[in-house]
Design a protein around this ligand. Structure first.
Ligand code: NAD
Length: 295
């Protein structure tokens, strides 16, 4: 069992750290918010006074922070203080450029590092069923895999440094576009006098099927567990979808990739957020589309 520093104990980090404790690891945690530190202490995390204190004596350092700037500045702070040969795992969803910068900082101090963003949300974090998308060397991945196991349903080594973030933003660009596509189909069906259930019964078993329809249906009724049946309580908040779509657009511009639907999806989620729906589940975009379509 390892001593693991866990920095960033928010909605995702806290349940992930709790699963590491449950599997027998010794977890030294730090977060800027006292309330999150209290929750961590309740699940057996040893609360530390700073990020630097958390990494002392830790063989593995996990970060779960809001954005690229946070990860780079925390890495600048802690990498010089980390144990020789320790392994850095960043699970935050961040831009590919910051992810590569974080690897570069770790490399400067001869530390192994992987980017390992997740999908599965707060529910997957609590259940220990997250999908991890990892980027980094074979050596770093081999060391990271058993550490990630208690938090994971699936762990995929996507390639070299930054590949995990690349996989995450490509996946979530598909998700944002497909949710808008499915929502548009329901709005059109309403205008054509076709019931939600009838469209679902046909499309969910035909060529229109996809996760946004079959598992996460954006209208109430056909899939009882989807957020549409709980007044669009997230689930996956629209603000986080917007964040990921913006990361995809930044990456597309930097790589000179054509992503016109990704760009349009980012614009629509930007409008949805600007109208005060950032805290709604991202499938609530169906109501917004209904509202902006001409009568
Ligand atoms: P969160 O805001 O709940 O948690 C982030 C935590 O980081 C906060 O508690 C904050 O206080 C802490 N923090 C910020 N700067 C810090 C610093 N310098 N030192 C220590 N702690 C610091 O966010 P979250 O929902 O837990 O998401 C974390 C990451 O996971 C994000 O990158 C997000 O995009 C990604 N993610 C979230 C979900 C989800 O459903 N919530 C799903 C997949 C991926």
């Amino acid at each position: 069992m390892a001593t693991i520093a866990f920095i960033g104990l928010g909605n995702m980090g806290n349940p992930m750290a709790a699963n590491l404790v449950k599997s027998g690891h010794s977890v030294q945690g730090f977060d800027l918010l006292p309330g999150n530190l209290r929750i961590a202490a309740e699940s057996g995390v040893t609360v530390m006074a700073s990020a630097a204190a958390a990494v002392s004596g830790a063989e593995v350092v996990i970060t779960m922070l809001p954005a690229g700037g946070h990860v780079v500045s925390v890495y600048e702070d802690i990498a010089p203080k980390a144990l020789n040969d320790s392994l850095f795992i960043d699970c935050s969803t961040i831009d590919v450029e910051s992810a590569r910068k974080a690897h570069e900082i770790a490399g400067r101090y001869h530390l192994l590092s992987i980017d390992a963003p997740v999908s599965g949300g707060v529910g997957g974090a609590a259940a220990g069923t997250l999908t991890f998308m990892a980027g980094g060397s074979n050596q770093a991945f081999a060391r990271a895999e058993p550490i990630l196991q208690p938090m994971a349903g699936r762990i995929v080594h996507c390639g070299e440094a930054g590949s995990g973030q690349a996989a995450k933003i490509c996946n979530n660009m598909i998700l944002g576009i497909s949710m808008i596509g499915v929502s548009e189909a329901f709005v059109l069906a309403e205008k054509l006098g076709l019931s939600h259930q009838a469209l679902f019964d046909v499309a969910s078993t035909s060529s229109g099927q996809c996760w946004s329809l079959n598992t996460y249906c954006p209208v109430p009724g056909p899939v009882p567990a989807s957020p549409a049946n709980q007044a669009y309580k997230p689930g996956f908040a629209a603000a986080l979808m917007l964040k990921d779509l913006k990361l995809a657009q930044e990456a597309a511009q930097a790589a000179n990739a054509a992503t016109p639907l990704g760009a349009h999806a980012a614009q629509l989620y930007n409008m949805f957020n600007a109208h005060g729906h950032g805290g709604d589940d991202f499938s609530g975009i169906v109501n917004f589309l209904r509202g902006i379509l001409p009568e």
